[in-house]
Design a protein around this ligand. Sequence first.
Ligand code: AMP
Ligand code: MG
Length: 338
Amino acid sequence: MKTLFLTEKEIDTAAEIIKNGGLVAMPTETVYGLAADATNGSAVKKIYSAKGRPSDNPLIVHVSSVEEIYPLVTSFPENAKKLIEAFCPGPLTIVFPKSDVIPSEISGGLDTVAIRFPSHPVARELIKASGVPLAAPSANLSGSPSPTSADHVKKDLDGRIDAILDGGECSVGLESTVITLVPEKPVLLRPGGITHEMLESVLGEVLVDPAVLNPLKEGQRVSSPGMKYKHYAPKAKVVLIKSDDNNYYKYLAEHSTGKMVALCYNEDLSNIKDIHCISYGKKDDYTEQASKLFDALRKIDEQGYELVYGRCPGTDGVGLAVYNRLIRAAGFEVIEIE
Ligand code: AMP
Ligand code: MG
């Protein structure tokens, strides 16, 4: 298949492809999404084969207005209204009980549906021009870091999808926050740009799904199927080092090998000598770390490193989302130095 490269001015061409059951990678404020008509089961199936995604990992449905949500769900809880009022459009996905309009291909066999209302103008225009809700997971090959630029999408999916709509770099840089309102108490399933603290400021107590911070135990049931798959992992082995600055530098110096890289903060670059470094943002700026992390993970592979010692971020605010992606990239391997 020949993949078309479209600019923001060619949204109508992209919308035609969607209407004809094709696949278009579109920019959103979180990461690039691989979009298809969410009401067309066979179009949705193509997403799974293009990405190599397991069929039981459900997709997020993207809409451009609140009204579009009603036909897709069987109930619209008061808490959903509060969250939408506070944070949408934006990087927040809400899980609702699904209606029959949602094909089973989207929901991975669950009786719920995850819905998001992106703020990126190109994504919103594409949804409007297509005239249907868009099913869109991240536009990467399953298992590689999510794409935050059209170039990342091209590297993973050129020749496998109909078109890539280039809208520049994504501002948030990590996938959306996912919250479910289906259980009695709201549960944060995946941390993202809308933080746990922000959700609690609107809803009161929000539980955090154990899979956000911990590896799954053998046979454990997961509330968000995506959590059970190996995610966000570069080919290199990643180990996180939880320590102060000096102990990090000392650990690097003592464990230095040829194909090793330090995945560090900007401030570390002038302090680390004779060791390759890739930084993922300023030490105290989780928002910048979120926007740079996936590009840094991709660079690690492009530059052929085999071992990564990464600095371990905090877990407050957007730090929780950065930490959640990094511990998965590290297969939960964290070395703590007092
Ligand atoms: P991606 O779009 O690639 O970021 O993946 C979508 C994420 O949303 C995955 O982690 C899914 O597990 C999660 N998700 C999608 N639909 C549901 C749902 N109905 N219930 C719980 N989690 C969901
Ligand atoms: Mg994904």
